[in-house]
Design a protein around this ligand. Structure first.
Ligand code: NAD
Ligand code: IPM
Ligand code: MN
Length: 364
């Protein structure tokens, strides 16, 4: 297949800025690989609340249904934080998109680029030689979605509650994806839970153990989430694939991202069964830096690369983008979040970083 339909949802905050850079990169890939990405833009999140009255307009859902994949920016911001929780961009748009399209599997690859070890918040000797961690986060279950949830009662008796729950079916299907991924990489899988306290985690551990029987070549270990948070900063190189329930994966993936230098570096792929997927940076709309042309576009650009790999079957094009990003970092180009003011480093804007990635693609 040579032509693909993409739903492009830039969203709020830095979303539109970093999405513009991903679009330049897709233009360059079209030229180089003789493929075509028909891109249709739609509103999502706060911008959709302002223009269409709700965070996930029907037209946006319809566009996504008619597309091969979704490229998502980020949603949310202080402007919409006072709306009722279910109407806000995060719960009104992002979570429903994940649910509607059955995107139960979220890949978050935290990779330290060799030239970027000094941007990590860890000591150089801990990072030396780099690391390559794949967080596999379950994305449509857990305390995010299980019912009941809400706020009830009056005055000091008001009670806010959520339900943490997993079915064996939900655990098994994400565990299989994680074992498959581990089998193709370092063959080590660490499953994260809190089985010393939580019943959903007791079942999680039990089902992951059962699935392990089908993957004898993968070494499985279990780790409590609090210990995992500690081990990640103590010795990240011990990890290969990390399988997480939804909420623990949310937290640990931000931590893993920072170990690579910046949250602005971490892409993600949210996948269903089959090739449909939504591709989104792990970070958010970054209201503190929005509108200044300083955000790091790398997470968005690498998310587009993941889209080409998983939804379009274009691994060479994906690698071309990843190599181009690596070359720009090796040349010392740095947006402010990864700028250390070391010799050989050059501070660049969002758009200059995007232009540099395009130049590398054209040169390759
Ligand atoms: P955030 O990820 O937006 O920002 C956290 C910190 O990381 C900020 O200092 C920000 O400047 C920095 N950062 C994030 N992305 C960056 C980039 N590309 N380049 C440089 N720096 C970057 O998290 P937050 O501040 O807790 O949340 C802000 C809003 O984003 C909230 O409304 C939140 O709900 C939303 N959010 C959305 C998504 C999403 O749409 N996928 C993800 C996370 C948070
Ligand atoms: C992420 C975000 C979302 C999540 C929020 C914005 C709903 O933090 O994609 O990591 O918690 O999944
Ligand atoms: Mn998150």
């Amino acid at each position: 297949k040579k032509a693909f339909k993409l739903a492009v949802l830039p969203g709020d905050g830095i979303g539109p800025e970093i999405m513009a850079e991903a679009m330049k990169v897709l233009d360059a890939i079209e030229q180089k690989f003789g493929v075509r990405f028909e891109r249709n833009f739609a509103n999502v999140g706060g911008v959709a609340i302002d223009t269409d009255g709700k965070a996930l307009p029907d037209a946006t859902i319809a566009l996504c249904h008619a597309s091969d994949a979704i490229l998502f920016g980020s949603v949310g911001g202080p402007k919409w934080d006072l709306l009722p929780a279910e109407e806000r961009p995060e719960r009104g748009a992002l979570l429903p998109l994940r649910k509607i399209f059955g995107l139960f599997c979220n890949f978050r690859p935290a990779i330290v680029f060799p030239s970027l070890t000094s941007a990590s918040s860890l000591k150089e000797e801990i990072i030396a030689g780099g690391f390559d961690i794949l967080v596999v986060r379950e994305l449509t279950g857990d305390v995010y979605f299980a019912q009941p949830k809400g706020i009830e009662g009056e005055g000091s008796q008001r009670r806010g509650f959520d339900t943490m729950a997993y079915s064996a079916y939900e655990i098994e299907r994400i565990a299989r994806v994680a074992f498959e991924a581990a089998g193709k990489r370092g063959k080590k899988l660490v499953s994260i839970d809190k089985a010393n306290v939580l019943s959903s985690s007791v079942l999680w551990r039990e089902v992951v153990e059962q699935v392990a029987a089908d993957y004898p070549d993968v070494a499985l270990t279990h780790m409590y989430v609090d210990n995992a948070a500690m081990q990640l900063v103590k010795n990240p190189k011990q990890f290969d694939v990390v399988l997480c329930p939804n909420m623990f994966g949310d937290i640990l993936s931000d931590e893993a991202a920072m170990l690579t230098g910046s949250l602005g570096m971490l892409p993600s792929a949210s996948l269903a069964e089959g090739t449909f997927g939504m591709y989104e940076p792990a970070g958010g709309s970054a209201p503190d830096i929005a509108g200044k042309n300083v955000a790091n576009p790398v997470a968005q650009i690498l998310s587009a690369a993941m889209l080409l790999r998983y939804s379009c079957g274009l691994p060479e094009a994906a690698e071309c983008i990843e190599k181009a990003v690596e070359n720009c970092l090796a040349k010392g180009l740095r947006t402010q979040d990864i700028f250390q003011n070391a010799s050989g480093e050059q501070l660049v804007s969002t758009s200059a970083m995007g232009d540099a990635v395009v130049a590398e693609i054209n040169r390759a």
